[in-house]
Ligand binder design. Structure first.
Ligand code: WT7
Length: 639
């Protein structure tokens, strides 16, 4: 197949009966369904087989033998018609600074330059590149520049600490880091390069760092290792052939928390990822040519990878990259930026909605939000109250809210309304998208059929963007996702299915807590707290939090009874912040003399969760505990 310009494909689902037809076809004949979708992209070579899979191994391959480069689909194919259309709108941290509009032509040139810069710095197809950057256009260029030459990017959220960076760089053996001197978020400045320097003391695989100048503060530059982006980019040209990637070649690694301390490097591959994320973007948001789309996530998370960068650009959309935070310079920032850029589709997280609804409505009312057509939500279950506020005050009752349920592992939307197509129900992610086959399982591992039921959410058939493995640890991939319910992908979430077959995600059933939409592993936080020299043992659970969705509650045993509890609490928070990053700081720390453990030494988290929730009326059976009396002490000291 050639690089002849193709139209980004049209939305073909425009009514609920269309949806039902498409859905049925996608289940009856998934290969034919996805082949039709894949034909809307530019391939350098067509696949010979659509799908091979076995969830027991597990192994999944899509579009086998196909060759492509995702950047040709994100950029080159749009050039004949829309070289001068805006690909990216960049809204800076400070609204007094000028926003930037980047055309598809400029995007092409900048991405090619980065690709050439990476090559000139020794990067080849298959090498891993760590990206630790602010939310600036160069972040998009860096990601796409890697993809252009087949280097595997591993973006690390710029709020993570040096320690987290070390783990992620070493786990995947990155050769190069792209970073910036610093970043600004609200009125806070963070010296990114200094964090990188600290990390690199423990990262032997890194040969080079490329440093973007963002805050104009001169950082330390190590001779022979560190180079400036602006120096390097001068020496390269704006054309770079797109590497022919196999459908199943790695596109990127993205780390997500696990229920053991070590983060999991989720591996996504080129072909299926491109097809699925773009298809779901166009379908769910019903994206129309010329619309302005804004997803407020950070590119350091899967939401940013899939739905700020890859899918919108593949669809030829205009996508907003926002550097700042919703509360700076005031609580009206989102709404002012929507007015400024005439945003049509706005996609954010329940935690942001809940914090903004606490501000006076005048912050909303001073902005003209009439450009808005569709709203979205992601990251955690959206509570009804926040749903109604969002619907009434932001959507003015005329914008559908798509509550998109998905995960880092799924890479794209799985259960979600289709805007203007699926009848909405507040706090429900509603129905599976075409190609998605959910199954609800009971505690005994049996599928529960029919409606009006609940259980654990699994998916029984592969979709094109499913993660292929955990980098360097296929056994862990299998144990985590495919062993609880053999032959099925286990999501880790609980859910309900109502009388109409609508899904409502009820939250995690494992040791992951979702804080402000960030997926955090309790084990990782526990081991960070344990690093404090006064701490002997810790158990962390989530508890309901007004704004963050869930907060972090830590039960901590110290070697000696602490004299100054508050001082120690602050030190523990600082320790966690340093080891993982500020998002993981515990909200509440209760000092205890013991933890409720079973005779086999397993902590009964169920009890701790109840205490953290402030509901100790019925703690269930505690007779199997080694020392039931500890429960009374914990109850009495609850915060
Ligand atoms: C977990 C995945 C998907 C991108 C952001 C988070 C929770 C996500 C929803 C939603 C209810 C949701 C789930 C899921 N979650 N979206 N619309 N309704 N819960 O990605 O960090 O991989 O977290 O977030 O618990 O398993 P992630």
């Amino acid at each position: 197949m050639s690089l002849k310009p193709r139209q980004a494909f049209m939305n073909t689902i425009s009514s609920f009966s269309d949806y039902q037809q498409h859905y049925n076809r996608s289940i009856e004949n998934p290969e034919a369904f996805w082949e039709d979708v894949a034909n809307n992209f530019v391939w350098k070579k067509k696949w010979s087989k659509v799908l091979e899979w076995d969830f027991h191994k597990p192994e999944v391959k899509w579009f086998i033998g196909g060759k492509l480069n995702i950047t040709e689909n994100c950029i080159d194919r749009h050039l004949p018609k829309k070289a001068n259309h805006t690909a990216i709108i960049w809204e800076p941290n400070d609204p007094k600074d000028e926003a930037k509009k980047i055309t598809y032509q400029t995007l092409h040139d900048e991405v090619c330059k980065v690709a050439n810069m990476l090559k000139a710095n020794g990067i080849r197809k298959g090498d891993r590149v760590c990206i630790y950057m602010p939310m600036v256009p160069e972040l998009a260029y860096a990601i796409l520049g890697c993809a252009r030459i087949g280097a595997v990017h591993s973006v690390v959220f710029a709020g993570f600490s040096a320690g987290s960076l070390v783990d992620r760089i070493n786990d995947s053996g990155c050769k190069l880091v792209i970073t910036a001197d610093g970043t600004v978020r609200g009125d806070k400045k963070i010296e990114l390069k200094a964090i990188v320097d600290e990390a690199l003391k423990k990262c032997p695989s890194i040969e080079r760092t490329i440093v973007l100048s963002r805050t104009s503060k001169l950082p330390f530059m190590k001779e022979g290792r560190d180079v400036w982006w602006h120096d390097e980019i001068k020496n390269v040209d704006a054309h770079c052939p797109a590497e022919a990637m196999d459908s199943e070649d790695l596109l990127f690694i993205l780390y997500t928390s696990g229920s053991t301390g070590k983060p999991k490097g989720m591996v996504h591959t080129c072909g299926g990822y491109m097809v699925y994320t773009t298809y779901t973007f166009q379908t769910v948001f019903q994206y129309q040519e010329g619309q302005v789309y804004w997803c407020t996530a950070d590119v350091g998370w899967i939401t940013g990878h899939s739905y700020i960068i890859y899918a919108p650009l593949c669809a030829g959309a205009t996508t907003v990259i926002f550097e700042g935070i919703p509360s700076y310079p005031d609580m009206g920032r989102f709404w002012q930026a929507i007015e400024r850029h005439k945003v049509n589709i706005f996609y954010t997280a329940p935690t942001a909605i809940r914090s903004l609804e606490k501000a006076p409505l005048s912050f909303v009312e001073r902005s003209d939000l009439s450009s808005l057509k569709i709203l979205g939500s992601v990251g955690e279950p959206i509570n009804e109250e926040a749903w109604h506020w969002y619907n009434k005050n932001i959507g003015k009752g005329k914008c559908p809210i798509v509550d998109t349920w998905w995960q880092t592992e799924t890479a794209g939307f799985m259960i979600s309304p289709i805007a203007h197509v699926t009848p909405l129900k507040p706090a429900h992610a509603t129905l599976p998208l075409p190609g998605v086959q959910p199954a609800i399982m009971d505690e005994n591992g049996k599928e529960v059929e029919g409606n009006n039921t609940e259980g654990r959410l699994t998916i029984k058939f592969p979709w094109p963007a499913i993660a292929r493995t955990i980098y360097g640890d296929h056994q862990r991939f299998r144990d985590t996702y495919f062993s609880t319910f053999p032959g099925k992908y286990f999501t880790g979430d609980g859910c309900k299915r109502d009388e109409n077959g609508y899904y409502r995600i009820t939250g995690r059933v494992d040791d992951i807590i979702i804080v402000s939409g960030h997926n955090l592993g309790t084990a990782e936080i526990e081991s960070a707290i344990d690093e404090h020299s006064a701490v002997c043992e810790t158990a962390v659970v989530g508890f309901p939090h007004d704004i963050k969705g869930q907060g972090i509650y830590a039960f901590v045993i110290c070697y000696n009874k602490p004299n100054e509890e508050d001082k120690l609490r602050n030190e523990i928070r600082e320790t966690v912040s340093k080891i993982i990053g500020p998002i993981s700081k515990p909200d509440k720390i209760q000092f205890v003399s013991g933890l409720p453990k079973t005779r086999s030494g397993k902590i009964m988290r169920r009890i701790l969760r109840k205490v953290a929730e402030g509901d100790t009326s019925n703690l269930g059976d505690t007779t199997t505990l080694l020392d039931p009396s500890i429960v009374d002490e914990i109850k009495a000291g609850a915060l």
